[in-house]
Design a protein around this ligand. Structure first.
Ligand code: FES
Length: 231
């Protein structure tokens, strides 16, 4: 039987590792491009020169979106603050909700959701562009990695609890509302993804870091991007 404390420790290790990596790549790396590939930390691409990494201008939105995600909140409240540490475990502190600083900032989630949806469109554009290089079709290992990443990110973003409420909430009756059938269809789609929101949260987090690591390895010549189909 797996001990109950295994999960909180795994959550702490993974979230700390991802946070440190995101900080390093966004602050200390000058750019995230290699050939047709663009790191998700640098998307949408901005061309502002200066001492500040271009990632700083764009990465805050997806990071705030992820950091205030309802699922991640549950994870880090339990794992970092032991508040409570797990179901049927005593509360480790006095729960004061999200009514005061800093956790009141988590209420930004429903607003950063709109930004995250726009960023998702840019990421799809980047993934499509990863199949073209110098005006020709290009299918490299990186193209596939970027495509997988954006699919996982879509499953995560489109399963957002706030999005589920936005498309299907505030109604007593779908069939009585204007556009009710369409909203019901969207709500069902979001609900299907939402049911596995934790899974999509983790795999998309790993895939974002994975794409960036892959591009760093290419930039430093430690890896060669194999072209599977080039025209
Ligand atoms: S609740 Fe997790 S992304 Fe919105």
């Amino acid at each position: 039987v797996t001990p109950w404390w295994w999960l909180p420790i795994a959550v702490v290790v993974c979230l700390v590792a991802f946070s440190l990596y995101a900080f390093w790549t966004a602050v200390f790396q000058p750019q995230g491009v290699f050939g047709p590939y663009l790191s998700p930390f640098y998307s949408p691409q901005v061309w502002i020169s200066g001492p500040i990494s271009p990632a700083i201008w764009v990465v805050w939105a997806p990071l705030v979106f992820r950091g205030s995600c309802y699922y991640y909140r549950k994870s880090y409240y339990r794992s970092f603050f032991r508040d409570p540490v797990a179901c049927a475990r005593p509360d480790g502190g006095k729960y004061s909700g999200e009514t005061s600083f800093p956790f009141i900032l988590n209420n930004l989630h429903r607003y950063t959701m709109y930004v995250a949806l726009v960023v998702l469109l840019f990421l799809w554009w980047d993934a499509i562009n990863a199949f073209t290089w110098n005006g020709h079709f290009y299918l490299g290992v990186g193209s596939l990695i970027m495509l997988i990443n954006v699919v996982l990110l879509s499953a995560y973003t489109l399963g957002c609890h706030a999005l589920r409420h936005w498309v299907g909430g505030g109604l007593d009756c779908y069939s009585c509302a204007r556009g009710g059938q369409a909203r019901h269809g969207l709500w069902k789609l979001v609900t299907d993804l939402n049911e596995r929101h934790a899974f999509w949260a983790w795999v998309s987090m790993f895939s974002v870091a994975g794409v960036d690591i892959y591009i760093r390895l290419l930039q430093n010549g430690w890896l060669v991007d194999h072209c599977l189909v080039c025209t």
